[in-house]
Design a protein around this ligand. Structure first.
Ligand code: ADP
Ligand code: XUL
Length: 539
């Protein structure tokens, strides 16, 4: 029976999920953690050290080394890679890889006796890749928006106003500050299209899902926008790959993977997409109605939309969905790494963290944290600073509850523009294993929350995309609902229901949180009155 492989190149790890479509079984679920397995690349949590807190780059060679490593791992676990009919993938969104003209030939003639990282090193025109955590391009965002007539115009055209981490502003910064390297750049890939190019042995397209995260694609026409390219950098058109549907077949897998890792030469290489569009499929969101919250390195809140519905206040994005619809998404940078900071400062294990949540009460006795350990995307905070209201830094339970209530309140507040009345939330990503966190999510959103068997929704979504695309290419297309059936149902018994008294407390808490946010970020009035009102609901 044919197997399908989904690979997810994320911030902290590379994951692989292999599925058997016939028996609806996940046969492999495996990850390579960058810091643990490839420390020689000098990254921390998958990011290169930087003196400037707004700069976040990673090493494309690290991702290549992880790709060779994960296939070695799978074979040593007895997985027969020759049974894989098609492979698709998922990349952390927005990150970009800069290649010289010699990349075309190098990709075509990969030598199976030499590791990928070693032979592709010479093709990089820029040794590092800016990733989604980078917030160093505010000036470029302002310049691009000004050229287009304002942030709203850019949002209407591309699905998002200019965001610092988006690829267009990143390219503009590179083109202006490193002119010679830009001149030597022949092709600019996203993480997704770069990894797909390596697997296919030729330049792969950028799909509409990930292309929408660049501030370069016309979201309705799904084509490069001439106005955006012009406002971004000179000579950009020729440096970008073509755009394509997310189910496009790039070609057969490169002979490198056949000779070195035992793939079949018939294996199809499918276009990759961003991690969030892949996760949408991995949690079975093929129709509007439900939302998913992914608690990974970033926390994301997303759902399907038949038509683009755009946030004009800069709170979120519209991307293409792999089904051909659209998806709306909000990304919070202070996700897992921020929870880890609090956990570490309080010297707790995850069990201890959960215990602290169980032993403290909704509303946190009126203590509030604004958890900007890192620059934040929504709301926009460029200079990281943790703000505490009526909360001492030494209060363990208060800080643990403070960070989670802040993250959940921020999601509830900043997702209002989507206009979705959320009754069911699908939770995924590493921290979705934590039921105490999910209880706060359920209470804050007044919604049922469900967990999934496979926490790696992006890699699973990629495997399902591979299956869908392969069947279509073989003129044996299967509808999406049939492709995802049996893989993406949440665990029924995992339902976390909202507690009504806590839901009431959180209505007042959200007002207090909003007031603290306005006070800290916009010089708004003292939030003491909002706190009084919360304390009166706490009784
Ligand atoms: P990525 O975005 O890199 O794919 P994952 O979705 O794999 O990340 O999530 C990894 C994160 O999950 C880790 O950084 C860790 O903070 C978090 N995590 C793992 N177990 C728990 C837990 N029990 N409670 C809270 N967070 C957890
Ligand atoms: C989405 C975003 C992150 C990355 C990394 O816009 O920036 O979710 O995709 O996971």
């Amino acid at each position: 029976m044919p197997l399908y492989l989904g690979v997810d190149s994320s911030t902290q790890s590379l994951s692989a999920v292999v599925i058997d479509l016939e028996s609806r079984a996940v046969v492999v679920d495996h990850s390579v953690n960058f810091d643990e397995r490839l420390p020689e690349f000098g990254c921390e949590n998958g990011v290169l050290p930087s003196r400037d807190a707004t700069v976040a780059h990673s090493d494309p060679l690290l991702w290549l080394a992880a790709l060779d490593m994960i296939f070695d791992d799978l074979r040593s676990q007895g997985v027969d890679l020759s049974q894989i009919a098609a492979v698709a993938g998922s990349g952390q969104q927005h990150g970009s890889v800069y290649l010289k003209a010699n990349a075309t030939e190098a990709l075509k003639s990969l030598n199976p006796r030499v590791p990928l990282a070693r032979q592709l090193r010479k093709t990089l025109s820029r040794p590092t890749a800016p990733i989604w955590m980078d917030s160093s391009t505010r000036a470029q965002c302002d310049e691009i928006e000004a050229a287009l007539g304002g942030a709203r115009q850019v949002a209407e055209l591309t699905g998002s106003s200019c965001f610092e981490r988006f690829t267009g502003p990143q390219i503009r910064k590179f083109a202006h500050t490193q002119k010679q390297r830009y001149a030597r750049t022949a092709k600019i890939h996203l993480v997704s299209s770069f990894m797909a190019s390596v697997l296919a042995g030729k330049h792969a397209p950028i799909d509409h899902g990930d292309g929408a995260g660049m501030n370069l694609m016309d979201i309705r026409r799904r084509a490069w926008s001439a106005a955006m390219l012009k406002a971004t950098a000179p000579g950009l058109r020729g440096r970008l790959p073509r755009l394509a549907r997310s189910g496009s077949v790039v070609g057969r897998i490169s002979p490198y993977f056949v000779a070195r890792h035992g793939f079949s030469s018939r294996c199809r290489a499918i276009a990759w997409s961003g991690d969030n569009p892949n996760s949408l499929i991995g949690v079975g969101l093929i129709r509007p109605g439900k939302v998913c919250i992914s608690l990974g390195t970033s926390d994301t809140y997303f759902g399907v939309m038949p038509q683009p519905h755009i946030s004009t206040e800069g709170e979120g994005h519209v991307f293409g969905s792999p089904t051909g619809d659209y998806m709306s998404l909000i990304c919070f940078l202070n996700g897992s790494l921020t929870r880890e900071r609090v956990k570490r400062a309080c010297r707790l294990s995850w069990d201890g963290f959960s215990k602290a949540l169980r032993r403290s009460k909704p509303g946190n006795g009126g203590k509030v944290m604004l958890p900007y350990f890192f620059p934040e995307i929504v709301p926009n905070v460029l200079e990281p600073e943790v703000r505490r209201y009526w909360l001492r830094a030494s209060d363990v339970k208060g800080n643990v509850r403070g960070v989670i209530e802040a993250q959940m309140a921020s999601m509830a507040i900043h997702s209002k523009w989507m206009g979705v009345r959320t009754r069911t939330i699908y939770a995924t990503g590493g921290a979705s294993a934590n039921r105490e966190i999910l209880q706060i999510m359920a209470n804050m959103h007044n919604a049922d929350v469900y967990q999934f068997q496979v926490g790696k929704s992006a890699a699973l979504g990629a495997a399902l995309r591979a299956a869908h695309a392969d069947r279509k290419a073989a003129r044996n297309e299967m509808p999406w609902r049939q492709v995802v059936a049996g893989f993406t149902e949440p665990i029924r018994e995992s339902r976390v229901q909202p507690h009504k008294p806590a839901v009431r407390v959180y209505r007042a808490f959200q007002k207090l949180y909003r007031a603290c946010e306005a006070h800290a970020l916009r010089g708004g009035p003292d939030p003491a009155r909002a706190r009084e009102r919360l304390l009166s609901t706490l009784g």
